[in-house]
Each structure stands twice: as structure tokens, then as C-alpha cells.
Design a protein around this ligand. Sequence first.
Ligand code: ADP
Length: 495
Amino acid sequence: MNIVMAASEAVPYAKTGGLADVVGALAIELTKLGHHVILVMPDYRGRAAGESRQLAMRLSIPVDGKPVDVTVEEENVPVTGALHRLRVLFVRYDPYFDRPGLYQQDHHDYPDNLERFILFCRATLEIVRGLMETRGEKVDVLHLHDWQTALCAVYLKTLPHEYKGLDQLKVLLTLHNMGYQGVFPGQQFTKLGLPPSLFSPSGLEFYGSVNCLKGGIIFSDAVSTVSPTYAQEIMTAEYGCGLEGVLASRAEGVKGITNGIDIDAWNPESDSYLPAQYTAADLSGKRACKRALQRELELPNRDVPLLAVIGRLTFQKGFDLLIDVIPELMSLDIQTVVLGTGDHHLEQQFIAAKARYPDRIGLCLGFNEGMAHRIEAGSDMLIMPSRYEPCGLSQLYSLRYGTVPIVRRTGGLADTVIPFRPSTVKSGCATGFHFIDTSTDSLLSALLLSLHVYKERQTWQSLIYAGMNVDLSWRRSAKLYVDLYRGLQEGKKEN
Ligand code: ADP
């Protein structure tokens, strides 16, 4: 198939979160499966010099009623094991994208984010038109990701006279996190260049504001998200962030496809970030990683359970619950390591906890890729008390590294961690622990259960073994996306 994927970030070019991992890995995996993939993304500051890039197109894009001259540069990326290359098209307009951050600077969103992504969306559609009409190439599906690309669907479906040649193009929108919708003041609607009638509750209006994601949900042919449970959850008021009604009104529903991980970058058998490598059959390297991690984070070398916390320190991730149970935690004979960055208040609370319990808590504030690998390898269990979690990656890395996840039963956490129960233990498929309520009691009960099971060495080994043998590859997920694309192309309602 011929797939154009539009995204505001993708590894290895630009990343602020899991979206970039998903887009980069999915594009590669689809290429390996034999599909022709073109990835379209903004040309941000700081891409390495000396890459072989060619000027592919010059475009004039209307933004807020004025034409903006844009260039499109193409890079062809070889993909190991694939018949053809992955093509990446960079939309270049330096006044918008040659900036220090992708969406914000000093924790403040750029005031012209709407214009920036109007430009990007319209440029994406012009690129598709250029490929089809000028170059005679085929495009079967346009796959959008998150609010930054959602306007593509709106322009395509509401301005048919402008995009005549593209009327057969099918559009899939994938929602990676309902917490980010691209909401702007209502007065800015005119910048979009859309019919005024679209600024209504049945269009892009959202309580007097412009909501880009809402537009994408309404006008895409199919909508998906990154786990089956999150797909159900976002149709409820608790998780839909105000768009639950719009999502629920889509007759075809929302398809959930769980993310994979990069099983080469995250492989305990070959991970060069680790002081020792290991396999499920021989975990001696994991024990060496634990001792090295204790040294690195200045914790005593003791054979006690080591609990890991990795992630953005935000309300979403629920780490405030963990702060609340620290006194109880510290009454147990365990150590805790924390890697994260985010809310100042939470960072301060972890600093205070570390100062109070220096021999029990290892703390690393900041973004540190190597440390994330070493913590995943050196810990016994990882806790994710997320209030919501579209998919989650850290628990997947934990499974692969033989670190048992303790997760709140929500979104992708519910789908990817098989909870400890008599039946799942008996059948050898349990991989971790669930708790349901967003409460300290619930979290503490799951933790205590895990510590109890930790002492039953054989049962604990079976949890590790089952986790390390789960298929977390992108291949499985990429095939499900292909099914979805095919369903769209055949005009079926696959959702
Ligand atoms: P989200 O995308 O909501 O932040 P995910 O669990 O989907 O959460 O992905 C988070 C990714 O970022 C994981 O790969 C995790 O290892 C990584 N990560 C989060 N915080 C840090 C950090 N401080 N240092 C290194 N890696 C981090």
C-alpha cells in the first residue's frame, strides 16, 4: 500500500514524547512489511548537518489569508530488511519551525501554534496533491497523528473544491493522548480559512474555542487510539477530556491498536547502556545490573526489593500518590529509584524524600536515556500509578527487562500487564500486578502483594519469565494498522 503519514514528531528527527517513538517505529515497520511509506513532518531546528536531502517541492500555502512560501525537502532512509527506502519529507519554513522547542519555550506554548500547524496541515495536503497529480504517484491512505495534523482531515473534507483530486483519499486519525487537543481562542477561527458555519458545536467549536482535535475526529474516515482499553475509556466523561460525546457519536467507533516497542534498542541481551547483559534463561546479568545501579545511585548494596519509578512527573502519571505513601514505603525493607522530570512541585517533593531517606531512595531528576535503560534492567519492579495512560511504554520495557510492573488498571496498562491471580499464575501467563482505584490504599495493597510474591522465588521467576517472553514487537501492531488501512480502502467500516 501507499501510505502518507503526517506527524509533528518522529524519531530519530524530533521527540518530546512517546508519539515520536510510535511514528518513527511504525513507519519503519510498515516499510519492512513491503509498503511504501512517506513520512511528512516539520523541519525543526537542530537536525544533523550533512544528511543527504533534496529539494522536492516549493509550495505556497495560505495561512490567515496570506500566502506563505514553503520548501519541502526529501530524505530517503534505508531500512534494514526492506525492499525500498522510507521517504521522509520535511516541511521547511524557518520562521515557524527553526526554534528552540517543538511546541513551546520555557514551558510556554508558542503564541502562533495554530498558524504553525495550519501551515503544516495545508502543506501536507499539497504534498499529497503534488505526489498524485504532478508525479503520478499513488496515495491510498493519509495517516494523521494527534491534533497537530488533525486539520488535514478538516480541510480535505470541507473544502472539496480546493482538494478536488484527493476526494478518494482515506484518512485515519490516531489519538495518542486526549489531554492535548490543540485548543485556541474562538477569535482565531478566521485564521483557518474555513467556512464560518464550521465554527459551531457540530464543527470545530468547543465551548467558544477552536478545537483542532475535535475537527479531526469529526472529519476523518476512521479514528484509532493506542490501546483497546483507552479506546473504550475515551468515550466516557472520565477520560474523554470533553470529546467523549464526539467520539461516541462516530458510528464506527474507535479502534484500539496497542503500541509496540523497538525490540532492538530495548534488548537486555545486547543493550550497551547496561553494565551486564542477560536473557530470561540466565538472569545473572540482571543481578549485576542491580548492584551497579545501587552503586550509581549511591544506595547500599543490599539484596532487598528495588522498586523503580520512571516517567514525566505530571498529574497524569499519578506519582503524587507515591509521594503520599513514602512513609509507609520506608517502613518496609526496600529501596526505590526515581527517574523523571516535570512539575516543579513534584520534583521538590522527591528531593525532600531523598534528603530524608538517603539510603533508601535513589533520585535522578532530568531526562537520561541511559539511566532509563539501567533502571529498567537493575530494578525488581516498576510502578505506574497513572490516572490515565493511552498505552504507556515504560511498563513494556519492564516486561522485556524482567522487571515486574505494578500498574493502575487503565488504558494500555490494563491491556499489556496480565495481573497476578491464582488462575493466571497457574497458567503461567501472569506478568505483573494491577490496582484499580486512584488511591494510596489501593496502590499500597498492590505493592504489598508484590513484595509478598517477591519472596516466593519460584512464582516471582515465573512472572519474570512470562513478561520477558511477551511479543512486544512493532510487527504485530503494524499488521493491525495495515488491516485498518485496507478496511478503509475497501470502503468497509472496520472500526
Ligand atoms: P508518555 O509518552 O506519556 O511520557 P510513555 O510511557 O508512553 O509516557 O513513554 C515515556 C517514555 O519516555 C519511555 O520510553 C520512558 O522510558 C521515557 N522517559 C520518561 N521520562 C524519562 C526520563 N526522565 N529520562 C529518560 N527517559 C524517560
